[in-house]
Each structure stands twice: as structure tokens, then as C-alpha cells.
Design a protein around this ligand. Structure first.
Ligand code: HAM
Length: 535
């Protein structure tokens, strides 16, 4: 029975444990290798950023920003809202009440400053001035005849100037951070385009379910600067497909679309047409879609409600309404994909849930994932860098959901094992993790052999073999039992005789075969076994 600790991983988060983590490492090192061959370099950005960065890029109205971000508390912001509420309501009218409220706020702000929780540069001088008048104001408050006008003005002015700092958020995605870093580090001065990839955790407060977590991992890539040639879009997609191919992940489907650009002659014109069409049949949509008709009609196209599918099929299609330049870009993209032998499906409903996209959008779905089957999403986002305060810059990229990718690989391994009739525990026995060198257990017996065991372990580890050495002497039978439990493939047996003769015994634990070897030959012997038989 599992131990129930007082603490558990927070809802929507989980621990990744060995041996599964070996699969994660394999996936990540494959990404690094494949992306490297396309001349991408790795970027690591912070895991939290200013909230506004995501509001500006992903979009204030999107689910990600409006509902799902993990926000850091801004010190004293509740107190400030409380004061503003009282000011507006007109409940409090006397100067003394306001002086008390403002005074208390300044005291608390001084504490926050001391703790380093509000910015020092903008607040230090201001709050020092407050401290210099603190006693004077306090005595005025005790004296019922004191004139508070001057102190009231001073305090009101002070709290108006106090800087509580920027609101921070755990990053829900990586593109915004990469664009911020591109601007901040003047990467536009490098030869363009700049090609970057990242691997790391993202955070979204979504309802957890299979393949959907609150902390999840993305492997993403972005191409910034240079041209917006469709060949770039196609090459990015080719890189993705090569990566999946190297992982031997089968049954993927690539959907593509073009959502044009934000302009009346293009997407905005389409949205109006879509809204008109939707309004005519709005009564037949469910609550969620009905709300979206008003707020963001494009999102209606994401609906999975079965009864809405035939209705959606009757709606105007975006690809018929985008401008000629966007149409030409889309046509050229398809030619480029065919040139590269990449199979795709056109999906006019693929509009994606982030605001920054324009023209190309794409998504890859995998098998075995249930409803959360999008394993990768991406698209073009020309103009985002400029929106964030940088120069006009083209951009395109994608992010793979690593958790989902791993689930899909495990599912595929399970199916393959079932098809072969082998009842392996597929999840952790993925073929991707099985190619490790064999574990060697050193069974040492006799006090004088321990030093030799330690030396042998060091040499074997240096040669790349995983080794277990029990810290205390074990009887022979117990040592072999322990080796078996740990899944060791070999036991290196070191008794007093072996050590004094310099002839060591290596026991293959799967078939019981034993060889005696001079110490210097051990490593070569193990290596030869590795090349002649599957260890
Ligand atoms: P996204 O579609 O929001 O795009 O996320 C990309 C992928 O991350 C999804 O296809 C999915 O596999 C995975 N994912 C998203 N949310 C979760 C979750 N809660 N649990 C597990 N996996 C999840 C972006 O994030 C864009 N930044 C992609 C991009 C990069 N576009 C251009 N460049």
C-alpha cells in the first residue's frame, strides 16, 4: 500500500521518476540533436515574467491569460483597493479616518520595503520622508484638536507615488519570453534569422486530466527575423516531423491552415462575415459557443460539442476570405511541404487559442491521448516582436507538449508489446529506455575485499557501466538476492580468494553462467559481451 505523506504534489503537478525520466532525457537529447542539425541554438529564459508580457502577446482575452495564469501576489494591492473603495464610496468623510488609513498603508509599505518585497529604487526616498514625519503625524492623531490638512495631503501624495512593483506570472508558454529576450539582448543585430529552441516547464491553471497538467513541459522552437518566406514555415515543420521520426513515433497527423493577417481586408473582414453567419443560427448553439459568438467568434470553430459540428460546417471558411497575399503565402507553403514529402491535412477550423498568430497555423495530433491529443501547436507571428517594443520582425515557431509526446510513445510501446504477446509493463519498459549498459552488482565478502570492491566500482563506472556496491558485507545468497531485486545483469564476486589470486568471478544473473577473469580483462570482457549479444 502506498504511503500517504502529509504532503502531496499539488493538483495538476506530478513527480517524474526513474526509469521514466530516462525516456524524458532521450526525448530531450533527440530534440537537441535534431534541432542542432537545423542550426538552432538553445535559449533558457526565466520561468516567471511580467504578467503584462503575456497579456500583450498571448492576449488579454484568451483563456490562458484571463483564467489560467499563476500570478504572484502584489504586496499591499488588496489594501490599496480597499482604500480606493472607501474613497469612492464616500462612507468615510473625516480627515482623521483617511489619515489613519494612509498612515497605516505607509507603515506597511515601509515594512515591505525592508523585506525587499516592493521596489527599492522608486520607494526608498519617498518612504524615508514618511519616516521622518511619522512621529509628528502620530501625535497629531492623538490630539483631537490638531489640524490634519497638511498631513493628509502629504500622505495622500505619498501613497499615490508608492510603486508596488510589477505583477509577475509563471510563464504559460515560451514564445513571449523568447521575443522579449530577442529584444532585450539585441538579437536583431546578429545575422538573421535567429533560430532558437527551448525545453522547460510551463504553467497553466487548467482542469487536470490525462495529458493536461498545471505544470507541463514544452519543447519549443522559434525563428525570429529575416524573411517570411513560406520555405521557412515548411522547414520548421520538416524539422518537427524529422524529430518525431527519429523518436519513431507513428500515426501522427499534421493539420495546417492560414488565418491571414489582422486587417479589414483579411481576417477582420472574415470575422465579421463569420459573426453575421453565426448570429443567424446562434439559438442552435450551446451556452459556451453562444458566449463566444459575442466575444470571439473564431473560438466557436474550436467547439467539440457533437451537435454543433454540422452547424459549423455550414459557416464561411477563413481560407476563402483571406487577402491575395496571404492566399499566395498559403499556396506556396503547401508546395513547399509537398517538396519535402510532408503529408498534411488542411483544416480551416484550426485558428489556435493565442492572439499572436497570423498566416500559417499548424497542429499535430497523436494517437492514444484521448481528448488531449494535440501534441504540438505552432504558427507564424510576424509583428509580435514589434508589439512588444522591438523592431518589425518576422517570426514563426512551435511548441511540443512533452508530457503528451511521452504518453504517446508509451502508448505505442504498450501496443507493440501487446501485439507481440509479451506482457511487459509497457510504461516503464519502453524500448527507448532499454538500451542502457547492464547493471553490475559487486558482491564482496570478507573485510579485506571492500577496498578492492570500491576500486573495481570506480573503474567500471569510469568505463560507463552502472554499478551497485552494498555498503555493508552481505552473505553470498543475500547479495545475489539483492542484485536480482535491483535488476542487475551481472554480479562481480569478490571473496578473499578472488582478491588474493587477482582472478575475479563474473556471474551472468540471467543464465547463471560464470567466468573467472584476471582483473585487467574485466572491462574488455564486458564490452565484448555488449557487442556480441544484447545485454
Ligand atoms: P499551445 O498550443 O498553447 O501553443 O501549446 C503547445 C502544446 O503544449 C500543445 O499542443 C500541448 O501539446 C501542450 N500543452 C498545452 N497546455 C498543456 C497542458 N495543460 N498540459 C500538457 N500539455 C499542454 C503554445 O504554447 C505556443 N507558444 C506555441 C508556439 C511557439 N507558437 C509559435 N511558437
Amino acid at each position: 500500500m502506498a504511503n500517504r505523506s502529509r504532503f502531496q504534489a499539488v493538483r495538476g503537478t506530478r513527480d517524474l521518476l526513474p526509469p521514466e525520466t530516462a525516456l524524458w532525457n532521450h526525448v530531450e537529447s533527440t530534440a537537441r540533436k535534431v534541432f542542432g542539425t537545423y542550426n538552432f541554438g538553445e535559449i533558457r529564459t526565466p520561468e516567471f515574467e511580467a504578467r503584462d508580457l503575456f497579456a500583450r502577446s498571448v492576449g488579454d482575452e484568451t483563456d490562458i491569460v484571463s483564467k489560467e495564469m499563476y500570478l504572484f501576489e502584489i504586496p499591499l494591492s488588496d489594501y490599496l483597493s480597499y482604500i480606493e473603495g472607501i474613497e469612492l464610496s464616500g462612507i468615510a468623510t473625516t480627515d482623521a479616518t483617511f489619515v489613519v488609513l494612509y498612515f497605516k498603508f505607509c507603515v506597511e509599505a515601509s515594512e515591505e520595503l525592508k523585506k525587499g518585497r516592493i521596489p527599492s529604487s522608486s520607494n526608498k526616498e519617498l518612504l524615508e520622508k514618511f519616516q521622518s514625519r511619522r512621529e509628528e503625524i502620530r501625535s497629531q492623531l492623538i490630539d483631537s484638536h490638531a489640524d490634519l490638512k497638511d498631513s493628509l495631503e502629504f500622505l495622500r501624495e505619498t501613497i499615490r507615488k508608492i510603486d508596488l512593483g510589477e505583477q509577475l506570472a509563471l510563464r504559460p508558454e515560451g514564445t513571449a519570453s523568447v521575443c522579449r529576450a530577442y529584444i532585450e539582448n539585441s538579437l536583431q543585430q546578429l545575422p538573421q534569422p535567429v533560430k532558437l529552441y527551448y525545453i522547460g516547464p510551463m504553467f497553466r491553471r487548467e482542469r487536470p486530466q490525462k495529458g493536461r497538467y498545471r505544470q507541463f513541459y514544452q519543447i519549443g522552437a522559434e525563428v525570429l527575423g529575416g524573411q517570411d518566406s513560406p520555405a521557412i514555415d515548411a522547414e520548421v515543420i520538416e524539422m518537427l516531423m524529422t524529430f518525431f521520426d527519429k523518436l519513431n513515433l507513428k500515426g501522427l497527423e499534421l493539420d495546417i491552415n492560414s488565418i491571414g493577417h489582422k486587417d479589414k481586408t483579411c481576417r477582420l473582414g472574415y470575422i465579421e462575415k463569420l459573426r453575421e453567419a453565426l448570429l443567424k443560427i446562434s439559438a442552435r448553439f450551446g451556452e459556451d459557443s453562444a458566449r463566444r459568438i459575442a466575444t470571439n467568434p473564431l473560438r466557436v470553430l474550436d467547439s467539440k460539442a457533437p451537435n454543433e459540428q454540422p452547424l459549423i460546417e455550414t459557416l464561411p471558411k477563413i481560407t476563402d476570405y483571406i487577402c491575395d497575399a496571404c492566399k499566395a503565402h498559403y499556396e506556396a507553403l503547401k508546395i513547399q511541404l509537398r517538396l519535402r514529402g510532408i503529408l498534411y491535412r488542411e483544416n480551416w477550423r484550426l485558428v489556435r487559442g493565442l492572439d499572436y498568430y497570423m498566416r500559417t497555423t499548424f497542429e499535430i495530433t497523436a494517437k492514444g491521448l484521448g481528448s488531449q491529443n494535440a501534441v504540438c501547436g505552432g504558427g507564424r507571428y510576424d509583428g509580435l516582436v514589434e508589439e512588444l517594443g522591438g523592431p518589425p520582425t518576422k517570426g514563426i515557431g512551435f511548441a511540443i507538449g512533452e508530457d503528451r509526446l511521452i504518453l504517446s510513445l508509451q502508448e505505442q510501446a504498450r501496443e507493440a508489446a501487446e501485439a507481440q504477446g509479451t506482457a511487459t509493463e509497457a510504461t516503464n519498459q519502453s524500448p527507448l529506455t532499454a538500451k542502457q549498459p547492464p547493471l553490475i552488482f559487486i558482491a564482496w565478502m570478507g573485510h579485506n575485499t571492500y577496498a578492492t570492491a570500491v576500486r573495481a566500482a570506480k573503474d567500471l563506472r569510469n568505463a560507463g557501466f552502472p554499478v551497485e556496491v552494498p555498503p555493508n558485507e552481505l552473505k553470498f545468497g543475500k547479495a545475489l538476492g539483492q542484485a536480482d531485486k535491483l535488476g542487475a545483469q551481472f554480479a562481480l564476486i569478490l571473496g578473499e580468494n578472488e582478491v588474493s589470486e587477482g582472478m575475479w568471478t563474473l556471474k551472468n544473473l540471467s543464465d547463471g553462467a560464470q567466468v573467472k577473469l584476471p582483473e585487467p580483462e574485466l572491462i574488455d570482457h564486458l564490452r565484448n559481451l555488449g557487442s556480441t549479444q544484447r545485454l
